[in-house]
Design a protein around this ligand. Sequence first.
Ligand code: NAP
Ligand code: HSE
Length: 440
Amino acid sequence: MDGSVVRVGVLGCGTVGASLVALVDRQNATIHARTGLSLEISRIAVRDVSRSRPISVESAVVTSDAMAVATDPSIDVIVEVMGGISPARELLLAALGAGKPVITANKALLAAHGSELFAAAEAAGVDLLFEAAVAGGIPFIRPLRESLLAEPVLRVMGIMNGTTNYILTRMSEAGADYSDALAEAQSLGYAEADPTADVEGHDAAAKIAIVASIAFGAEVTGADVECEGISKITSDDIAFAKRHDFAIKLLAIAERFSGPNGDELSARVHPCLVPNAHPLAAVRDSFNAVFVQGEAVGDLMFYGRGAGGDPTASAVLGDLVDAAVNLQSGAHASLGAFVPMAIRPSGQLEAAWYLSLRVDDRSGVLAAIAGVFGEHGVSIDSMEQHSLSGPDDAANEARIDLIIHPASQSDVRSTLDALGVLDSVRSIGSTIRVLIEADR
Ligand code: NAP
Ligand code: HSE
């Protein structure tokens, strides 16, 4: 580092990278006034140097040789906003190996290779900061790793994907079609390069793996997270939720339980019917929110823009200033050692469920269905039936929507298996968990 100027190499200049470059330009005088340091975006690596970008930088700054940027001896700090696993992993290991602090927004990379990268940062004695990787612009990681370091956290539950929250909001409030709402989210810069990562829950799974690791001091990877997305949510589900005063949200949940052989954890992503009275139900559009429950602190909620260029760049810039200040003082942030923690098998997790069945509309069917629930010890909370046949229709089909009281996932699965082989059950449709008072 040469005096008060911190030279920054940026890997990637898409939605987030371009917003970051513009934000640094806008805020540099303030950063200098508050820290005595100035940031200089010295080099930018992209895939295609000929592509036009919404920022003005000298052409000599932009290169397609990302490794040359990551290892350039004149660069003080590396920001990675390119995404993907490779070559991002190799580039960050090279930058850390060369003693450079790294800031990344790449949750997929951290969820898969976090321990390797944190070990490399620790060995080099430099920062590896990642505020933007979880919940976009919400400053949540720093409070979790610093203010809540000693808090016995019981559960973290949140809406951590802006794309899916945008889609669900548009479907629920404007009756929008799923694919149109996804296309809008893509055009607004919320979605991942491959939006399957958003809609199938993989993006939120990567985020909750990172959150679980920090909240519980345990090594959790994306592979430990049970994951279900929103692509099977139907307009009937949305209508049911609205009739019964719920909002459907994609929740990412990390929970700690006391087990007979020590603590166990669960990390999962799935759609959920959230009562409209719960604060998470009011989180609309691309907004994210994270609800933390601690033994000592009680309930906390963090809310803000979870996706988009400017909000995400804000989180990256906060980390960048932190890393620059630490670089000058010779300090660095550390996550400490993670302990092994068993994953509680999903079959043992208890939840209330909404279940939707297509059945024959004739006498005795309801009794047969109720009998199956009874045989498996699963208790029905409420039920409604809609005939799907017109007056002259011979199909005689009905839809039965039920909410069941909390039951173990294995009991719910075996109930559904038994229902599936009843002659009168034509198909099992949606099966979505319901957040209840006891979950709060
Ligand atoms: P993006 O718009 O697709 O931009 C990716 C950038 O990386 C592009 O400039 C691309 O170059 C460059 N790039 C990709 N592969 C490269 C390679 N091999 N060598 C050099 N440059 C390469 O992505 P984004 O939305 O900004 O997201 C970036 C990261 O931030 C991802 O990890 C994402 O998960 C994370 N993130 C995004 C958001 C969001 O709202 N978008 C929010 C939080 C976190 P070209 O421009 O030449 O193609
Ligand atoms: N694709 C992500 C989302 C970007 O929609 O939330 C923020 O991580």
